[in-house]
Ligand binder design. Structure first.
Ligand SMILES: [Mn+2]
Length: 231
């Protein structure tokens, strides 16, 4: 059996330093690992352009081993650029101007990279689990409304295992039907077959950035680094 690993991170919101620290802590190997980002790379945080530049470079070098899933913030940006008007108002209301200015401050325009953001898929599916930004109602991501995939907050889920971000909790949580519990960090555990693992721990709100490592043998571990953003 190989030692292929999958690393999952989410909700960077411009927290580029923490992203690098977390990947370091997880022993990220750019040449071998599968890296999955669950979306919301932009808006709110301190280093939005830098985060883009870092992920863009990773995607360039890693190709299919770097999966950048779309969050509601990328969707709002794309809709704002495409339709203006109320879509732009919605994005600006959700901190979009911070992204606009971060790109301008670095002598770029976010509009130059719309095609790159447009390539972000809404979900990623493997034999063992699925990945989406926000939530699932049907275990098959293709059978959910886009709205559910990128904005959903329902955690009453007991289908095939899914990893999500979007809704920040103080610690990573495992949800299964009506039950839920904190996931212990830095301990290897058997990957559940069903339920929902929520990984957004509110880095951009000053809490922590959490990542998950899944090994080929069906075990996983979550680990985190503190946020440098003041609360
Ligand atoms: Mn979100």
């Amino acid at each position: 059996m190989g030692d292929n690993r999958t690393l999952i991170i989410t909700d960077l919101h411009g927290c580029c330093d923490e992203c690098r620290q977390l990947l370091d802590k997880m022993g990220f190997r750019e040449e071998e690992d599968l890296l999955i980002n669950l979306g919301d790379t932009i808006d709110r945080g301190p280093a939005i352009y830098e985060t883009f530049e870092y992920l863009h470079g990773l995607k360039e070098r890693m190709g299919d081993r770097c999966v950048l899933i779309r969050g509601n913030h990328e969707q709002m940006m794309l809709d704002a650029a495409a339709y203006g008007g109320r879509d732009r108002d919605l994005w600006y209301y959700n901190s979009g101007e911070k992204t606009v200015f971060s790109f301008i401050h670095n002598k770029h325009k976010y509009q130059e990279y719309l095609a790159w953001y447009e390539e972000m898929p809404y979900y990623y599916v493997t034999d063992r689990f699925s990945c989406v930004h926000a939530s699932l109602s049907d275990p098959d991501p293709a059978r959910n409304e886009i709205e559910t995939l990128i904005w959903g907050r329902d955690t009453h889920y007991e289908g095939k295992l899914v990893m999500t971000g979007h809704t920040p909790y103080r610690v990573p949580i495992y949800f299964h039907g009506d039950h839920y519990g904190r996931i212990q960090e830095d301990v290897w555990t058997v990957l559940p077959e069903t339920g929902m693992i929520a990984l957004d721990t509110g880095c951009v709100y000053g809490n922590r950035l959490t990542g998950m490592i899944i090994r080929e043998d069906g075990t996983f571990m979550v680990t985190s680094v503190p946020s440098g953003v003041s609360k």
